[in-house]
Every structure is written in structure tokens, then in C-alpha cells.
Design a binder for this molecule. Structure first.
Ligand SMILES: [Zn+2]
Length: 370
């Protein structure tokens, strides 16, 4: 098997495993001394083939490591985007993953970056750093939450450099707080072994597993009211419940634990605010709550939690509703499991607003939708 065939194989393996890849989030790469083959933005890992990778010049990417970029976020991200474009060898119509520069930094041939549920249960918990140190010691690098893009790139460059100095090798496991994990190795078999090891180490800390049971469609007065309200706007809604939504819809207090996003990916698909509807509201009252939500956030609620009912999801198509369900269901799992690592720790308002305004994420969202 060629190196690229191995890359396709490992990409599909993780891409088709819902424990690792939720809604296509994550990316992979292979590198030799001159070229980096990295997943294109918006292409799904589970069905990727060799055409789904962008071939990048490592020389050009390395130039970005020492370059001075403008302080201003918009000007800087624009310049970074242009430099990334210049580094493309082929094909020119695809945009490389937003995390391309990170792949170039890590000194191993294969990189598999994912946002697994179990890893994020730890990464989105209050004790993330201490738990990583206790469970992995020097085998892993823990990187505190940083705005994605150039700032994260710089932070990773600095921390990988410090790790290399201290241990004489590049870290093979890199945990990113409120984000996910990078695993690097020189063979795909070694990547799999490291992922298995990481998952088993985290599982040791889970004393209370997730309640069994997937989401099932349901109906309620509130769900019918929401459907009627959005009908005139060409938006679909579907109501679901599962053991986890029962848990988080029990009361407003229970809902607080899932009322703020944990990772940038959640914001990409579900936005950063979710609406809680108290039990027994009339249709007029529900409409008022939705209008107030839209006035304060500037968008309609994609995720509505009905007290002691469950989820009501609003989107443009069946496909988008399925994605929102997948991502928000994952968010509930993360919150539930994070209790065992000191309790869930969502993103701050500043971190959320950076993502809300990030052009690169908007591009990814639009490609994923089409
Ligand atoms: Zn990521």
C-alpha cells in the first residue's frame, strides 16, 4: 500500500467511527520532507479519497512559522489565508483544512486530528489539565484553550518547541482544551495503537457510563407550536428525546449544564445559544420567547429544550437537522461524562464571539451544507 493509500484508509477508519468523528469534524495528513498532504476543508473524512487532499509545499508552510503577521485579527487571518493559498501545490480549487499549519508543525509522518466524545469529556472538564498530567505525564502535551487559527498555531509552535527541548522528541499526543486531540506517528498502525491507549487511559476515569439509548422522534404541544411558528419561514423542525435529553430537560438547572457551547465545532453547527422552554407555555408565549431569542442573538434557535420533554431542532433541511442532532447529542454526552472530571467547563463569552466572527468557519459551514 502506498503512503497515500494508507492515509485514505486511516482517514476513512476514523471518519466512519462516530466515537471519534462527529459531523465530519477532524482532519488527517501525511508528510514527507517536501510535501504535506492534508484534508481539504469541507470534505468528509469518512468518504474521502486521494482527491480530497490538498498537496502543500512544506517550505512555504515553514516560512509562515517565522513570519511577522499584523496584530489586527482580520488583517492577520486574511494574510495567513493568502500565504496558505500560496503554499498549495495542487489542486488550486480546494482550500486546505484550517488546521493545516498545525499538521506541518508536528514532527511525524501521519497525523490524525479528531474531536472524540471521550477525549472532549476530559478536554471540556474543569480538571482537564490536572487529569492529563496525572494520566499521561510526559507522554502528552496539554494545550490550554486558544482561539483557533494563527494564535493557536503560535501557541502550539512554542509549546512543541519547549517539549522538544526537554524530551528530545516531538509530542505524539497533543490535547487541545475545549477542542480535541492530535495524534502523530510514523505509521498508521502506530497511530491506532496510540489512540487505543489514549482512550483506555481516559476510560479508567469514567465510573458512571452514559445512559443507554439513542434519540427517538416524539411529539408534543410545544413541538407542534414550534413547527407552526417556523413553517411560514420555510424552516423545518423535529422533536426528539433520549435518556440524555431526559436528564438535561428535567429542570432549568439541569439545562444550565448544556446551555453554553464546549467546542468551536458545536458553534459551527448548533450556534452558541440554545432556548429553554418552561413546561406548559402557550403557543403565543412560545412565539414570544422565540422572538426575544432572535432579537438578542440575531438568529433563530436551532436547538430548543422543552422542559421535561426533550429536544426540538430547527433547520433548513432534514440533512441539517440530522447534523444538529448528532452534534448536540454529542454535546450532552460530553457534559454528562465531564462530571467525572470535575464538571463541565464551557467556552467563555470572548472565546465564543471569536468563533462567531471567524470567516474560515463560515466557509466550512457553507461547504458542509452544500
Ligand atoms: Zn479541530
Amino acid at each position: 500500500m502506498t503512503k497515500l493509500e494508507s492515509l485514505v484508509e486511516i482517514s476513512r477508519y476514523y471518519g466512519n467511527n462516530s466515537d471519534y468523528v462527529i459531523a465530519g469534524g477532524g482532519n488527517t495528513s501525511f508528510k514527507d520532507d517536501e510535501k504535506l498532504y492534508v484534508k481539504a476543508s469541507g470534505v468528509s473524512l469518512g468518504t474521502i479519497d486521494q482527491d480530497g487532499f490538498v498537496v502543500m509545499s512544506r517550505e512555504h508552510l515553514s516560512l509562515m512559522e517565522d513570519k511577522n503577521y499584523p496584530e489586527d485579527t482580520v488583517a492577520r487571518e486574511e494574510e495567513v489565508k493568502q500565504d496558505l493559498k500560496t503554499a498549495i501545490i495542487q489542486p488550486e480549487h480546494l482550500r486546505p483544512s484550517v488546521e493545516t499549519s498545525l499538521h506541518n508543525l508536528i514532527g511525524y509522518r501521519y497525523i490524525v486530528h479528531t474531536h472524540p466524545t471521550l477525549v472532549n469529556a476530559l478536554m471540556c472538564a474543569n480538571n482537564a489539565k490536572a487529569e492529563v498530567e496525572a494520566r499521561f505525564g510526559n507522554e502528552a502535551l496539554f494545550v490550554e484553550y486558544t482561539d483557533p487559527g494563527f494564535i493557536l498555531f503560535k501557541k502550539l509552535q512554542e509549546q512543541i518547541g519547549a517539549y522538544q527541548k526537554e524530551f528530545n522528541s516531538s509530542p505524539k499526543i497533543i490535547f487541545l482544551q475545549n477542542h480535541g486531540i492530535f495524534v502523530g506517528e510514523d505509521s498508521t498502525r502506530a497511530i491506532n495503537a496510540l489512540y487505543d491507549y489514549t482512550v483506555s487511559k481516559i476510560k479508567e476515569g469514567i465510573k458512571e457510563p452514559l445512559p443507554e439509548g439513542g434519540a427517538e422522534e416524539r411529539q408534543s404541544d410545544a413541538a407542534l407550536a414550534v413547527a407552526r411558528i417556523f413553517e411560514g419561514r420555510n424552516l423545518l423542525s423535529r422533536a426528539y428525546s433520549c435518556p440524555l435529553s431526559d436528564h438535561f430537560s428535567a429542570s432549568k438547572t439541569a439545562f444550565q449544564k448544556i446551555s453554553r457551547p464546549f467546542t468551536p465545532d458545536i458553534i459551527v453547527y448548533c450556534k452558541s445559544n440554545y432556548l429553554f422552554l418552561e413546561k406548559g407555555l402557550t403557543e403565543a408565549a412560545i412565539e414570544e420567547r422565540i422572538n426575544a431569542f432572535e432579537t438578542s442573538h440575531g438568529y433563530y434557535p436551532k436547538v430548543i429544550m422543552e422542559e421535561q420533554g426533550g429536544l426540538i431542532l430547527v433547520e433548513e433541511s432534514e440533512k441539517s437537522i440530522a447534523t444538529v442532532l448528532e452534534v448536540f447529542h454529542d454535546m450532552m454526552k460530553i457534559s454528562y461524562l465531564a462530571e467525572q472530571f470535575g464538571g463541565p467547563s464551557p467556552m467563555t463569552a470572548e472565546q465564543v464571539s471569536f468563533i462567531d466572527n471567524w470567516e474560515v468557519e463560515n466557509y466550512r459551514r457553507s461547504v458542509a451544507k452544500s
